[in-house]
Design a protein around this ligand. Sequence first.
Ligand SMILES: NC(=O)c1ccc[n+]([C@@H]2O[C@H](COP(=O)([O-])OP(=O)(O)OC[C@H]3O[C@@H](n4cnc5c(N)ncnc54)[C@H](O)[C@@H]3O)[C@@H](O)[C@H]2O)c1
Length: 297
Amino acid sequence: MLIYVAEKNEIHPSAIKLLKDNGHRLLFSLKNENYKNIEVIFIRTYTKLDKKLLNSFVNLKYILRAGAGIDNIDIQEVQRRNIKIITSPGSNANSVAEFVVGIMIFLIKNINEQSARLHKGEWRDKSLMGDDLNGKVLGLVGCGAVGKLLVKKLHGFEVNFLGYDPYLDDVTLKDFGIEKVSLQNLLKKSDIISLHLPLTPETANMFALKEFKKMKKNVIFINTSRGKLVNDKDLIYALNKKIIAKAAVDVFESEPIINKKFLSVKNLFLTPHIAAFTTNSNLEMSLRAAQNFISSL
Ligand SMILES: NC(=O)c1ccc[n+]([C@@H]2O[C@H](COP(=O)([O-])OP(=O)(O)OC[C@H]3O[C@@H](n4cnc5c(N)ncnc54)[C@H](O)[C@@H]3O)[C@@H](O)[C@H]2O)c1
């Protein structure tokens, strides 16, 4: 098949090699006359396959997405045209789970603030005394590949897990050591809340001021899923007014140019969409998408 690799620098060379070895022809840039011949497009996060762009690929049969989220694809249009989407579910879950463990420890112990003080020549500050994860309640919103792996990695820390995931039953969650609760209970009881759910019409803007007001005052709120799950303005307000204690945000409504108002919020820890930005994930996401495509043919 003729495959257009839309995000050449983001797709691992071993996936490119695998596709070539299996007889597929690959293009890395497009001239006008090529659009109509493309049968497969290989993307990662930053290609927005909206209706207009999809319409230029009149013979498109497959979309390969290195990774799990498909919120950058116009699903209605894809379904209407019967285009198949092949992803690599779970391929970056380990990286994200490890990242969240790191962020939780970093924030609960105020490592960044204490380090910043010492860089200014000031010794530790008692008002910044940290805490332990041991005995804390972690609320997981979304208990799929990342949520479950995070729980597995944290068992040694003796953390208690609450989960809100309307698509998983309580028995499945219990098997992973997670107590299934309503969203309201999760917001009320968690010391740390971490989002691990997809961006869909149902989940967009799911976290706004109303939700932040229901959380514990000293909660740590972590979003490594998608920026649009959270109302930026309300998160900034909740942090500035100390309605919630701290947050860590890895994903933004617009990337790479993010809402500038985030930059001056002191109790907000920002990272540039790096939860799965690791050598291992980079390989796994691309390679598994290519393998899944080949085995689907
Ligand atoms: N920051 C990054 O680099 C990075 C990397 C990988 C994934 N992600 C994001 O993390 C998300 C989770 O990844 P995953 O691999 O665990 O996905 P997954 O599909 O395995 O799990 C998602 C879970 O969310 C649940 N869910 C769906 N709608 C929900 C709702 N309304 N409320 C609560 N739960 C709901 C699903 O039932 C599922 O169990 C992805 O959708 C993606 O947006 C970000």
